[in-house]
Design a binder for this molecule. Structure first.
Ligand code: ADP
Ligand code: MG
Length: 691
């Protein structure tokens, strides 16, 4: 029977039920699946040498004749050696294989093989250890650019390479071309067959680059087509008409809004009156004053008689927002409430019934706001603050709380998301950029220092307190579900608690030192925070719970312990807690690590205060995982594209996708049928969005 894309892998030689199970773990069931299982990297095994002129510092191929029957020795339990001598015209090599008993059958005296490995000189002889080999003339594992695949236990790269080779040999004919011909031509993309063949078995590295470019484009194109469709549909969605004049609102503010704030508010006002559902992202650096912009939305909703829910990533931040907004909006008659996981029992019941009864205009909280059992009388606006993890899927879930007409959605971004990633994560939103800080801010002077400067650093803390300022000291503690961006290693809470105690008792016994971390009860947290806020504490030791949004203008110094454990963007966010008032502000990044690279990385932060620039640098250095990992964005996982390396292509693909969707919003044209199906498959988890 001829092999096709639908041939089960079990029909291939060497694939029994046990292996088939393991292959399934890799997502491989039929031969066609293997085309999609892409190499992680490649080994260039094309170079062939004689023993005499083989390089000694890297592997290459040598063609050798086995000069004897392999000899097996059992060194000890669990260690078997197979040795065999092999020759070419230039010399003799001793080949050694560890724990590969089958070699004694696989290599026959008097036959020729190509070996791939590093040739070492041993006196007048040569040696190879555990080389890859095959009969001369086979060219399956030697003499080519070898794909190296992601593996799983019990599945060797050779087995997988054999399967993908068969797939490439028998399944390429009739492989559907999902890219419209025009797009392919315009962006100079190779055909799908060429791409699939060369991504697995590249003729050379140029062919690989051409293949990869096409596949990356294809992947990003399908993704951005889906996003463009979502955006198209959202903007077609009906929205409630809400009104509220900017000047009336501005009168409530204790300051004059910046031009950037004004523009963002005007964008929002226009969306709210448009009769269509708003889906807007306000992006602005730390301290650019996004809260006031959010408040404008909440105020307009209340004025128009609908409810607004504002979601913050941590309880701490929700509490702070509730306080700020209450102070700002209560005088205008807006009824504000706080709903977090710590609101329980009677209190919660009363709150829920007030919400359902429409006695609350603005409810601020954590994701508890959208849990089951929370009913709104008339939810007209949803605001998500500092939520880069608030992805497409979450926005979808939330829209459902709005009843028949979707609520307006406003996302305030935790700024430093590289622009390219924002295009993806927020690809279905309209964007207002706030590129201006309120007047009178000076950039936070930032220093990266080692342990040797600890005493001086403590001295500096005292000096700032002496001037009447306040100080944050941040430690990277393990958080349960990551109030911060990084869920990576940190000190355990005990270590942080002990450090806080030491600061309090030994280092600063004369200062007022408070301590806050994610495991405190929310009442306790709030008590400490409001004490700090009110100037009743000089020093606040904390974990990253203070990362986003916390606002105490009198704080002028931030110390970050073990700064090397944080991402640059996260440090930038942290640093944004100071420099919020009129005082000259500082950030000291302590690095315990003696490694220069750690401090080198931090230097980017000392050099600039531009969150976007830092985010791009972070993306370059650490990859998109921090921004994009863990599927919290609700978008599909990408297989080929790399967000740091493929930004240019992302822009290209996105532009092409938007053009296509503008011309054929539902992908109804016959030429787009396959593309449509692929988009739907990619967004499978949110399939309902695409039906
Ligand atoms: P972020 O954009 O980081 O959320 P906030 O909304 O917390 O910033 O604002 C940071 C600080 O700047 C707050 O203390 C806020 O009161 C103040 N602020 C905001 N807008 C202005 C303005 N136009 N003029 C002066 N201060 C402002
Ligand atoms: Mg904020």
């Amino acid at each position: 029977m001829p092999l096709t894309r639908n041939t089960p892998l079990t029909e291939l030689p060497g694939v029994g039920p046990a292996r088939a199970k393991r292959l399934e773990k890799l997502g491989l069931r039929v031969l066609g699946d293997a085309l999609e299982h892409l190499p992680q990297r490649y080994e260039d095994r094309r170079e062939t040498h004689t023993l005499q002129d083989a390089p000694q510092d890297r592997p290459c191929c040598v063609a050798l004749l086995a000069a004897e029957t392999p000899r097996v020795s059992y060194v000890r339990r669990g260690l078997t050696l197979v040795k065999v001598k092999a020759v070419d015209g230039s010399g003799t090599a001793c080949l050694t294989f560890f724990n590969q008993d089958y070699i004694k059958e696989a290599i026959r005296a008097g036959e020729s093989y190509v070996f791939y490995g590093t040739v070492e000189r041993q006196g007048s002889l040569f040696a190879l250890t555990n080389p890859v080999f095959e009969r001369e003339g086979t060219a399956r594992a030697t003499g080519l650019i070898m794909p190296v695949y992601p593996l799983t236990a019990g599945i060797s790269n050779n087995l997988l390479a054999g399967i993908t080779r068969r797939a490439v040999e028998s399944c390429l004919d009739g492989l559907p071309e999902i890219l419209p011909a025009r797009v392919r031509k315009e962006h100079q993309l190779c055909q799908t067959q060429y791409a699939r063949k060369n991504i697995h078995y590249p003729a050379d590295f140029e062919a690989l680059a051409i293949a990869r470019r096409r596949l990356v484009f294809e992947e990003l194109f399908v993704l951005t087509c889906g996003l463009a469709q979502l955006k198209e549909r959202r903007s077609a969605g009906e929205g409630r008409v809400l009104s509220g004049g900017l000047e009336d609102f501005a009168a409530l503010l204790p300051f004059a809004p910046t031009n950037a704030q004004r523009r963002a508010m005007e964008d929002i006002a226009a969306d709210l009156r448009s009769g269509k559902a708003m889906n807007r992202l306000v992006q602005g650096d730390v301290g650019s004053g996004k809260t006031a912009v959010a408040a404008f939305g909440a105020w307009a909703a209340a004025k128009s008689g609908v409810q607004c829910a504002m979601m913050a990533p941590t309880e701490l931040l929700a509490e702070q927002h509730a306080r700020t907004l209450e102070a700002l909006l209560a005088p205008a008659g807006v009824r504000v409430a706080l709903l977090t996981g710590s609101v329980k029992g009677k209190e919660k019941k009363a709150l829920l019934s007030a919400l359902a009864g429409g006695e609350i205009d603005l409810v601020v909280g954590t994701h508890a706001l959208f849990s089951q059992g929370v009913e709104y009388r008339d939810l007209g606006l949803v605001i998500a603050d500092e939520q880069h993890r608030f992805g497409v899927a979450q926005r979808g879930a939330l829209a459902e709380k709005g009843g028949a007409v979707s609520p307006h959605v406003l996302v305030m971004s935790a700024t430093p998301i590289p622009r390219t990633l924002a295009l993806i994560i927020y690809g279905d939103l309209d964007v207002s950029v706030m590129d201006e800080l309120p007047p009178g801010r000076t950039p936070v002077a930032t220093f990266a220092v080692g342990e040797a400067k600890r005493a001086r650093m403590y001295g500096f803390v005292r000096k700032q307190v002496g001037l009447g300022r306040q100080v944050y000291i941040v430690c990277p503690a393990v958080e349960e579900n990551g109030g911060g961006w990084e869920d990576g290693p940190g000190l355990d809470l005990k270590a942080v608690t002990a450090y806080a105690a030491e600061l309090r008792e030994r280092v600063f016994p004369d200062l007022r030192v408070g301590f806050v971390h994610g495991k405190l009860k929310s009442k306790e947290k709030e008590a400490v925070m409001s004490a700090f806020s009110a100037g009743e504490l000089d020093v606040l030791v904390s974990t990253t719970v203070i990362e986003v949004g916390v606002d105490v203008p009198n704080a002028s110094l931030m110390i970050v312990e073990n700064a090397e454990r944080f991402g640059l963007s996260q440090l930038h966010q942290l640093r944004g807690r100071v420099g919020r008032g009129k005082h000259e502000s500082f950030c000291v990044l302590m690095t315990a690590s003696g490694r220069d690279t750690a401090r080198e990385r931090l230097r980017a932060l000392c050099a600039t205060n531009d969150g976007f620039q830092i985010a791009e640098e972070d993306l370059r250095l650490r990859g998109p995982g921090d921004f994009f990992g863990k599927r919290q964005h609700g978008l599909p996982q990408l297989k080929v594209a790399d967000f740091a390396a493929d930004m240019e292509l992302l822009k290209e693909a996105r532009a092409a996708a938007e053009e296509l969707i503008a011309a054929d919003p539902e992908l109804k044209k016959p030429a787009h049928r396959l593309l449509k199906r692929r988009v739907r498959e990619l967004f499978e988890e949110n399939a309902e969005l695409f039906n």
